[in-house]
Design a protein around this ligand. Structure first.
Ligand code: NAD
Length: 472
């Protein structure tokens, strides 16, 4: 199978890139190259930004109902490609097909549908004394995204940016760019005006930096590692461009003594292992009251053992490979470090059996993890769970907040008020109580080094707007 794509999408059409270099795309399950995409250059970025800049005034002035209609056509064109999207994510990322269908292909459609509605209802001007306060699109947006939820992460930027009246240059991860091509096939079919959305594939140091540093890009919306987020902030700061950053996490799942332990541990293991642990919101630290600690460890080991590792197209598989050999090696190094630092291995580890071919790491559970150790502090981005005991609610909150990150988290308790009190004290952008459902309209984003700004719903839309006061 050859999924090679040779073009970039600039100014409303598929065009030949400025240079001929390409990037190979590997299937992490088979370790075979399944195609190539262009390694874009600064010349391609310049062309994309010029197209987005030229399209901006007209798109910003387009009737909101017409922008909503364009997003609606995109939703239709993307829905028609759902199966192909799910299969492509399996091929380039290794996510199990069922999860890829439900989350990787399904979630972006839900998010886009929400923005079809929000695009049609822009905020009215407000009167504040003698001022008319109006909300205007921020300008040309650069969207730089990672590989772990490759379509969702693009759509969570593109849809609100377009709804707000911005034009966009997208740079997907060089590890998983193929699904972005399907999105741009849909964009082409939906007939968005030329230049409103543009695709430049390539590496972070070349295309990513060219976008982040481009004088004609007014805002950079980035999802990925904290280290890259810091670099992008520096580049954008030179021209005072706006940045929105969705970065790493090391989220705590706080299980109080009166919790439904079975449900709490099952959901906690599920969160830690979803997408082979390559999820920024994963609850990678399980904090359990000491009175229930041994029972929880036993339940966690049994739950994690049930995550069958293997071919992501096999319906019985719940854990696919990691995205790349480099990522697998990073995760393995973290596991070795955990052992060296004295954590107790309960399941998995370096010697656990995994398929020989493919970048697999076995589901791994550590007990007695020192809250200050690397295992409890570093974002591992693999199927590794650290279980930590605590003695009372105050200590649980202190351990949960002992992190430079603050993206997500959970609290479990039989007493809703007690759970809410703990949730309020957690320094993190979102907390789920007793397994409450993900809400795609709720603000999504981080405290501390987990990021700046919020995505999703009206909160995500406001990131792409600026306010103006007109005095009369
Ligand atoms: P990354 O931050 O290196 O890459 C994310 C995106 O940024 C990619 O499109 C990449 O090409 C681009 N990029 C890289 N360097 C850049 C630069 N100097 N300027 C501009 N753009 C640049 O992340 P990664 O390599 O995909 O993953 C590395 C680690 O990041 C993971 O192990 C994980 O810990 C973390 N991560 C977090 C999230 C999240 O959602 N919070 C997502 C993916 C990865």
């Amino acid at each position: 199978m050859d999924l090679t794509r040779t073009d970039l999408y600039l100014d409303g059409q598929w065009v030949t890139p400025a240079a001929t270099d390409t990037i190979p795309i590997e299937n992490p399950t088979t370790e075979q190259v399944i195609g190539t995409v262009p390694a874009g250059t600064t010349a391609d970025v310049d062309r994309a930004v010029a197209a987005a800049r030229a399209a901006f005034d007209s798109w910003a002035a387009t009737d909101p109902a017409d922008r909503a209609a364009a997003l609606d056509r995109l939703h239709t064109a993307l829905t028609a490609r759902s199966d192909e999207i799910a299969r492509t994510v399996v091929l380039e990322l290794g996510a199990p097909l069922r999860m890829a269908t439900r989350v990787q292909a399904g979630l972006p459609l839900t998010v886009l549908r929400g923005y079809v509605e929000l695009a049609a209802q822009p905020p009215p001007g407000q009167l504040v004394g003698n001022s008319l306060v109006v909300h205007e699109p921020v300008g040309v947006v650069g969207a730089i995204t990672p590989w772990n939820y490759p379509l969702h992460q693009v759509v969570a930027k593109l849809a609100p940016a377009l709804a707000a009246g911005c034009t966009v240059v997208v740079k997907p991860s060089e590890l998983t760019p193929l699904v972005a091509y399907l999105l741009f096939d849909a964009i082409d079919e939906a007939g968005l005006p030329p230049g409103v959305v543009n695709l430049v594939t390539g590496t972070g140091p070349v295309v990513g930096e060219a976008i982040a540093a481009h004088p004609d890009i007014n805002m950079v919306s980035f999802t990925g590692s904290t280290a890259t987020g810091r670099r992008i902030s520096h580049l954008a700061a030179d021209r005072i461009a706006r940045v929105a950053l969705e970065l790493g996490g090391k989220s705590a799942n706080v299980i109080l003594d009166d919790a439904d332990l079975g449900a709490a541990v099952k959901a906690g293991v599920g969160s830690a292992l979803l997408n082979s642990g390559q999820t920024c919101t994963a609850w990678t630290r399980m904090l359990v009251h000491r009175s229930r600690y041994d029972e929880a460890l036993d339940l966690a080991a049994r739950a994690a053992e049930g995550y069958r590792t293997g071919d992501p197209f096999d319906p019985a598989t719940r854990l696919g490979p990691l995205v790349s050999a480099a990522q697998r090696d990073r995760v393995r190094a973290h596991v070795e470090q955990g052992l060296a630092d004295g954590a107790r291995l309960v399941l998995g580890g370096p010697d656990a059996k995994v398929p020989e071919r493919g970048h697999f790491v076995a589901p791994t559970v550590f007990a007695d993890v020192d809250p200050d150790s690397a295992l409890a502090q570093e974002e591992i981005f693999g199927p590794v769970l650290a279980v930590i005991p605590f003695d009372d609610d105050d200590q649980a909150v202190a351990v949960a907040n002992n992190s430079r990150y603050g993206l997500a988290g959970a609290v479990w308790s039989g007493d809703d008020d007690r759970a809410l009190a703990v949730a309020r004290r957690m320094r993190t952008g979102s907390v789920d109580i007793n397994g409450a459902a993900f809400n795609p309209l709720a603000p999504f984003g981080g405290y501390k080094e987990s990021g700046l700004g919020r995505e999703l719903g009206t909160f995500g839309l406001d990131e792409f707007r600026q306010t103006k006061a007109i005095q009369r």
